[in-house]
Design a protein around this ligand. Structure first.
Ligand code: SF4
Ligand code: SF4
Length: 133
């Protein structure tokens, strides 16, 4: 079983409803050296969240969110790639882009966001621009 270690990128990229924490901003409970300072009392949505890297043995350390600059999670069968706004193009580097495109060609819906702007990788290797509300 993997562990988050020094990552914490979801504490920046994901919104937390219970804390009225917007997506894309560090949570006030996150401490760079120790992680969550409210770990035992963290909200249910924090307890429930596991990124795809954490859940997938086949994804190596290069896909750890703090290393690659994006985290992935599933939403209704879609693979959502949430990019760190400070590294919005990191997903385009090798081997990430070609791997994400390969998954899309195989039929996995892949949506990539940096803040509100995003794109869908289509099975025919084209992309469609998206805007998130
Ligand atoms: S992004 Fe993934 S690996 Fe990083 S802290 Fe969150 S769940 Fe753990
Ligand atoms: S409460 Fe803790 S686990 Fe939840 S987002 Fe904030 S720092 Fe992360």
């Amino acid at each position: 079983m993997k562990d988050c270690g020094d990552c914490g990128l979801c504490c920046k990229l994901m919104g937390v409803t219970e804390l009225a924490k917007p997506a894309g901003r560090w949570c006030g409970h996150f401490r760079r050296t120790v992680g969550c300072d409210a770990y035992d009392a963290r909200p249910a949505s924090c307890r429930a969240f596991n990124c795809t890297w954490l859940l997938t043995d086949a994804l190596n350390e290069g896909w750890k969110p703090s290393v690659c600059g994006f985290l992935m999670h599933s939403d209704a069968g879609r693979l959502i790639v949430e990019c760190d706004p400070s590294r919005p193009q990191a997903w385009r580097a090798a081997p990430y882009r070609e791997t994400l495109e390969r998954w899309a060609v195989r039929g996995q819906e892949v949506l990539i966001f940096a803040g509100r702007r995003g794109l869908r990788l289509n099975p025919d290797a084209t992309t469609t621009a998206l805007r998130r509300r």
